[in-house]
Design a binder for this molecule. Structure first.
Ligand SMILES: Cc1cc2nc3c(=O)[nH]c(=O)nc-3n(C[C@H](O)[C@H](O)[C@H](O)COP(=O)(O)OP(=O)(O)OC[C@H]3O[C@@H](n4cnc5c(N)ncnc54)[C@H](O)[C@@H]3O)c2cc1C
Length: 479
């Protein structure tokens, strides 16, 4: 099969019919026509079309070492810095299609599957785990599968001493039974963005101070697996009008609570169960986080450039660039963009091969980027609000321009050099990224995109090699 186009992606989704609930109802009809999903599904389908377009095919695909077919670049195992560059450019080409707003574009988790699947030896020696993760990687790559994923347990009690004890009705999804056929999982996981909108769901364990055996498991199952439910939050795709909701109508990814109602996971899909050593190695030794961060920071750099473009257009439209503080604010976005871009490129410059011959982007600069972005992104949204001011709120809808009050709007809401409809279209975009329900969710998303920023900082503190820094000081003191 190899790399697919948009209609193949949508066709598979329609056929699968996963159990998705929204507004108290299960989706039974064609999900591609549902208001909550049609925008994101059309946008995702366009990504798949793009990878096969003649001008992008070389960048977005490569020849599979197994089948000889062209497969998606997000599955490419990097063996050189050129491979990393190709991966980055492909990720950014997809990111440009959404201004970097689609966090879970297919390349995100495909990258995670590549990281684990090309380090299958970590899982080997334990039952059939090595072959399970290897075949997941190969199946994903050869069929261009897409994945949503879930790590997090329900947010019921996060105190350090909390130990869940709900007997037969667990809150956090657990293995409640093993049979000759596989694991039986019961309970919930939060949060799967695009849950049910992908071919498969990858379920991965979190690392923690204390984790029970029954919570140590990893597998991937079809989104349509029996007894697997995806419960959606309220949709922020309020209409299909790209004018009224330029972002929500296209890129509302949806987030879901995942309920495992005694889901049976066949052994051949399990690549971890109860083994703490494999759990530790599967993230560290596979460079899972470094590879995922490389894709994430590539997207965030594109998003920052997109935000810079919006800010500059706001400034131009109402001619506020003679004010020094306006220049300072736009400069802050430029600096943020340059920092993200530089950290991304530094990760490639300092990349080094691992024992398997895979080229691993340097995690130091990538962690610096992911630690910077939650604060930077929130500040960028603040800057858009400060520059746009009431213009972010004075945003009549498309229908108003065609009504009796249209002439009033055309007269009073125009920009310095553009008509009112053009100006309001731009301000609606600035509102949708910074202030609407869709925009609010984006800010929370970027805050927690790679996990809790507080714990990411602790990880940086714990993992960063500082001997050379201390030696510099000793050299001066001892001189
Ligand atoms: C829009 C959005 C989309 C997401 N999509 C996905 C997805 O697709 N897949 C997925 O797996 N996850 C996803 N997540 C979940 C994301 O990984 C988590 O939000 C993140 O890991 C933080 O976990 P939490 O939300 O449970 O916060 P909590 O862990 O409950 O934290 C709440 C607060 O308590 C503090 N806190 C809690 N425990 C500790 C501790 N031990 N030490 C210090 N402080 C602590 C935190 O700092 C924070 O301030 C998504 C989240 C959002 C917001």
């Amino acid at each position: 099969m190899g790399a697919i186009d948009g209609s193949a992606y949508l066709g598979r989704l329609r056929e699968r019919q996963p159990e998705i609930w929204i507004n108290g109802q299960r989706i039974t009809g064609n999900i591609c026509e549902h208001q909550a999903f049609k925008g994101i599904l059309t946008s995702k389908a366009a990504l798949y079309d793009l990878q096969l377009a003649p001008e992008f095919r070389e960048l977005m695909t490569y020849v599979s070492p197994l089948s000889g077919r062209r497969v998606g670049t997000s599955y490419l195992e990097p063996r050189s810095k050129e491979d990393l560059e190709k991966r980055r450019k492909a990720a950014q080409e997809w990111a440009k299609a959404s201004g970097g707003l689609m966090g879970r574009s297919p390349d995100y988790m495909n990258t995670g599957i590549m990281a684990l699947g090309t380090a299958w030896d970590i899982f080997d020696g334990n039952e059939s785990w090595g072959s399970a993760i290897k075949s997941l990687y190969e199946r994903g790559r050869e069929n261009d599968l897409s994945f949503s994923h879930t790590f997090v347990t329900p947010q019921v009690n996060r105190s350090l001493g909390y130990f869940e004890n709900n007997g037969e009705e667990p809150l956090a999804a657990k293995v409640i039974k093993t049979t000759s056929d596989g694991l039986i999982i019961k309970g919930a996981r939060l949060l799967a963005t695009q849950g049910g909108l992908t071919d498969e769901l990858v379920v991965l364990p979190v690392m923690g101070n204390f984790i029970e055996d029954s919570s140590v498991y990893a597998f991937s199952i079809p989104s349509s697996t029996k007894n697997l439910k995806f419960i959606c939050r309220e949709s922020f795709s309020y209409s299909s009008s790209h004018y009224n909701h330029p972002l929500g109508s296209r890129f509302e990814e949806m987030d879901t609570i995942v309920v495992f109602d005694s889901v049976e996971v066949p052994w051949e899909r399990v690549f971890l169960h109860k083994d703490m050593e494999v759990l530790f190695n599967m993230y560290n030794d596979s460079s899972f986080y470094s590879f995922l961060l490389h894709q994430t920071v590539a997207r965030q750099a594109v998003k920052t450039e997109f935000i810079l473009g919006i800010a500059q257009l706001l400034v131009d439209t109402i001619q506020i660039d003679s004010y020094q503080h306006v220049k300072e604010k736009v400069s802050e976005i430029i600096v943020g963009y340059e920092i993200m871009k530089s950290l991304l490129l530094a990760s490639e410059m300092e990349a080094a091969p691992d024992s398997r011959g895979r080229m691993i982007p340097s995690s130091n600069s990538l962690y610096a980027a992911i630690s910077t972005y939650p604060k930077l992104h929130a500040r960028l949204m603040e800057i858009l609000q400060l520059l746009g001011a009431s213009g972010l709120i004075t945003i009549p809808a498309e229908e108003d321009f065609d009504s009796e009050v249209g002439p009033d709007l055309n007269h009073y809401l125009k920009g310095t050099d553009c008509d009112a409809k053009t100006k309001i279209g731009l301000f609606r975009l600035a509102w949708d990224i910074s202030t609407s329900a869709f925009g609010g969710r984006q800010t929370v998303y970027e805050r927690f995109f790679f996990g809790d920023p507080v714990r990411i900082s602790t990880g940086i503190y714990n993992g960063y090699e500082r001997q050379e820094a201390k030696d510099l000081v000793f050299r001066l003191l001892n001189d």
